[in-house]
Design a protein around this ligand. Sequence first.
Ligand code: AHG
Ligand code: MN
Ligand code: MN
Length: 335
Amino acid sequence: MNEKITTLDEFIFKRQNDFEYAAGELTALLRDIGVAAKIINREVNRAGLVNILGVQGDTNFTGDTVQKLDIYANDKIIECLKNSGMCCGVASEENDDYIPFPALFSKFGNYVVLMDPLDGSSNIDVNVSVGTIFAIYRRTSPSDGPATLEDFLQKGIKQVAAGYVLYGTSTILVYTTGKGVNGFTLDPSIGEFCLSHRDIMIPARGNYYSVNQGYYLKFDLEMRRYIDYCSDENLGLRYIGSMVADVHRIMFQGGIFLYPSTRRHPQGKLRLLYECNPMSFIVEQAGGKAISCDLNRIMEMEANALHQKSSIAIGSPDMVDEMQAFIEKYSAQRG
Ligand code: AHG
Ligand code: MN
Ligand code: MN
């Protein structure tokens, strides 16, 4: 007999007692992110139709300005969060500064959200998977005033929830509140995210490594050695160019994703607060590991600026350990 379908809303509601703070607040916030994800999904799915639906220049047939999808996604999530009333502000890869919500919208707003509204957006025009990443923290500033920069510059270990949505062959929302990781696939026929992947655990190892090998000569010597080792070990190379999609594969098949420092990006390219921290929280909750390529645990890194970058190695625990051992060995040899 088939198992009864559990929708995302039902699941969040059932699990709300796992949470140490006022239960309903986080529940409402996660639900609103789920709603934003459905709206973005609809738009991502229509992306290829834009030109036959009457768009001229940057204006569509109803006279509305057509936005780039990453800006559209950004606006939709901000709108949903603002209306949730549980959030006092948001920081996004798409905005230079954080956005505090007016008291009218955030009277009970004990949370801040940090996000990458559309990850891998250069893949959109060619029908390759993209994603959304979010991290939720409790504010540290007094709840009767506006959100402050400090609310957003917290270490990753302070996250109370994090998740991603992958708009792929199917659309899946994966999230954690620090009690394991669960995945919900969008059933388009009923418009609901349904529990499809319970208690996700990353395999200790996998058969693939994932890195932009085109930059090989721009990586440090230690990293090049490790990549040579992966290749010597007959690991396959898989690199989509959307972190969400690459890490999602690793969640199920195992493997390691690397975005090391390069000469062009000495601190790495990916953003600590919007990409590295939330993906690390999810991966660690699934039994994996995430460190920078100079071997600091991502979630313990100090955040000094909203758009701070970090190098990252993330994925199967044994493979991240092995990479760490390599870097240590070859750095010691270099002295
Ligand atoms: P975004 O589209 O949010 O700017 O992120 C793209 C990121 C990440 O998803 C991906 O892994 C990486 O950039 C790809 O960068 P390279 O093209 O330098 O490999
Ligand atoms: Mn991104
Ligand atoms: Mn982005």
